[in-house]
Design a protein around this ligand. Structure first.
Ligand SMILES: [Zn+2]
Length: 261
């Protein structure tokens, strides 16, 4: 009787052993969850211009966790403090260099003008950069006249290149000669695509942010410029986390400025 059951018992034991080994070893073969690369729908550079007039919106900017590039005007009472605070908040700071516009607009002190010599332009740039110490790049404040002038533009862009900074063309005139000049001299360069707040109206600003997003999806990258205004910053604070969740990546202008080939 005993002998008769023996093969059965052995079979049962083998069976149990196999099950035991399977249970013990299974976790080792469990697939290590692969890190899923988030699909990036597009890269967006948000630029906020005209910091330095006041300090009213620094707290809102500081509360925006997505990367922004902040263009600080030089020579204003609040320029150094705005620059430092924005830098501390983790945003990228650039010098917002006033350049001569067409028409009779009120000009900032030390606006780069069409009739200036190289020495004077160099002196202004150096003074400004001493003040905006965190500047990684330069963008033009106004400048519809200057950015159409090849001679003057070439001088200022060369000086920017010498200082190892990039240039962001705010693109206030379709006749801007900055892009071909930057390409020729091998200067890291980027250009605005969308102005976000030509109207100080949250609904309008939201629509412009949506255009910026569509452009990023279509082209891979887009650059939007808004201004240091409460409504603009509040719209961004509301919308950017949602866009990030949708798969848009917010980048500094330094991450997309490049030498055009
Ligand atoms: Zn400006």
């Amino acid at each position: 009787m005993r002998m008769k059951n023996r093969p059965l018992i052995i079979l049962a034991l083998i069976f149990l052993l196999v099950i035991f080994i399977a249970i013990v070893l299974t976790p080792l073969y469990k697939k290590v969850p692969r890190k899923i690369k988030p699909i990036i729908k597009g890269r967006i550079a948000i630029v906020i211009d005209d910091w330095g007039y006041h300090l009213d919106n620094l707290a809102i900017a500081g509360g925006i966790k997505q990367r922004m590039t902040c263009a600080v005007l030089p020579g204003l009472k609040n320029s150094p403090e705005a620059s430092e605070s924005l830098h501390k908040s983790g945003h990228e700071v650039i010098l917002h260099l006033p350049m001569e516009p067409k028409g009779n607009l009120k000009l900032e002190k030390n606006t780069i003008a069409i009739n200036m010599g190289r020495q004077e332009m160099r002196r202004i740039l150096d003074t400004d950069l001493t003040e905006i110490v965190f500047a990684r790049g330069v963008s033009n404040h106004m400048g519809s006249r200057l950015t159409e002038n090849r001679e003057q533009c070439k001088i200022i862009l060369l000086e920017i290149k010498k200082r190892k900074l990039y240039f962001l063309d705010s693109f206030v005139t379709a006749k801007s000669v900055c892009a071909p000049l930057a390409k020729k001299m091998g200067l890291r360069f980027a250009k605005r695509d969308v102005f976000l707040d030509n109207r100080d109206d949250p609904e309008y600003i939201k629509a412009q942010v949506r255009s910026l997003k569509k452009l990023a999806q279509a082209r891979g990258v887009s650059v939007g410029i808004g201004h240091d205004r409460k409504s603009t910053l509040l719209v961004l604070k509301e919308m950017l986390p949602q866009l990030a969740k949708e798969g848009y990546q917010f980048v500094f202008v330094s991450e997309i400025a490049r030498v055009e080939k």
